[in-house]
Design a protein around this ligand. Structure first.
Ligand code: 0O3
Ligand code: SF4
Length: 334
């Protein structure tokens, strides 16, 4: 028999501090310099965010050589390799770096360990922009390890001088399994100085873990290319949700998913504006899921300041901005 219809709503969900800062960076750059503003790669991995900013005059490109000489380019939240900064300088671009400070932290760790001649085992997804950027800090010292199955392939110069670092948006459990296997092969493996999987990734996974055992269907709002969003579906299924789906928009929800479903879990990735979650909740209410209860794993208060160059230019032009990006959770992106 189906239980009463209810929704468990994860908290925290949606925008993290780094995404908020990156999106506001593009918005303020458009206000300050006028359209077009070029953005290298998707500013964050969310279809809706990219579509709205495109409508407002952002032009998304894959590489800096697509940006006209002298134009303004924003680097995405996922970070870039040093060579990209050089390319931008060569083309006299005005580069605004929206790399999340917590990704920059990992870049700095990579540089520091490379300077001490360590072999760095970077756990992450092959081809993901963040690992491409981090690996670019010291390509000759960094080996990518793409999950537990990849451990057997790893070669190092000196097993006594090895450290692991990681992408910020991985599954915590899977990463710990990868590290366990790495340590079996390299007992002297050093840990990173602090967690590379960031607070936002960890908190969103924790809330899903708490909800999953009671959930018949988990709906995660997020885009297919969003690593942290995809991980939330995987975590839900691993921790007992009977089904799980990733949707960009409420209209992707399939009525067939609700066969025998009492409890629906809802959450969203770190790049997802809250308006998209509200649309999903409205849609669920139409299907009779009106009883919504929060499941809270943590409270978040971290905020970042906008990139320094942008702050300087905004100040010079007398355009108002908050000292620290004050989240509207993407409400400006309707
Ligand atoms: O890294 P991921 O694919 O999860 O990227 P998103 O979806 O844009 O989320 C923000 C994460 C980020 C910018 C790097 O940590
Ligand atoms: Fe920064 Fe974490 Fe958000 Fe990535 S998920 S942008 S590392 S706060």
């Amino acid at each position: 028999m189906t239980d009463a219809k209810r929704v468990l709503l994860a908290a925290p969900r949606g925008y993290c501090a780094g995404v908020d800062r990156a999106v506001v960076t593009v918005e303020k750059a458009l206000e300050l310099y006028g359209a077009p503003v070029y953005v290298r790669k998707e500013i964050v991995h969310n279809k809706h965010v990219v579509a709205v900013l495109q409508r407002r005059g952002a032009i998304f490109v894959d590489e800096t050589d697509e940006v006209p000489e002298g134009a303004t380019v924003v680097f995405s939240a996922h970070g870039v390799a040093p060579v990209v900064h050089e390319q931008a300088r060569e083309r006299s671009l005005k580069a605004i770096d929206a790399t999340c400070p917590l990704v920059t932290k990992v870049h700095k760790e990579a540089k520091r360990f490379a300077d001490s001649d360590f072999d760095i085992l970077l756990i992450g997804h092959e081809g993901h922009e963040e690992v491409v950027g981090t690996a670019g800090e010291a390509p000759e010292h960094i080996t990518l390890v793409d999950g537990p199955e990849d451990v057997a392939n790893v070669q190092v110069r000196d097993p006594e001088k090895v450290v692991w670092l990681s992408q910020t948006t991985l599954s915590v459990d899977e990463t710990m399994e990868t590290v366990r296997r790495l340590r079996e092969r390299f007992p002297s493996l050093q840990d990173p100085p602090s967690d590379d999987i960031c607070y936002a990734t960890q908190n969103r996974q924790l809330a899903v873990r708490q909800m999953a055992p009671d959930t018949d269907l988990m709906i995660v709002v997020g885009s297919r290319n969003s690593s942290n969003s995809v991980r939330l579906v995987e975590v839900a299924l691993e921790y007992g949700a009977r089904a799980g789906h990733l949707v960009d928009y409420a209209d992707e929800i399939d009525p067939a998913w609700f066969e025998g479903v009492g409890t629906v879990g809802v959450t969203s990735g770190a790049s997802v504006p809250e308006i998209l979650v509200n649309d999903v909740l409205d849609h669920l209410a139409e299907l009779g899921y009106t009883d919504v209860a929060p499941v809270t794993s943590a409270t978040e208060s971290l905020l970042f300041a906008l990139p320094a160059d942008l702050r300087r230019d905004l100040k010079a032009r007398g355009i108002a901005f908050d000292a620290k990006v004050k989240s509207d959770a993407g409400a400006s992106l309707r």
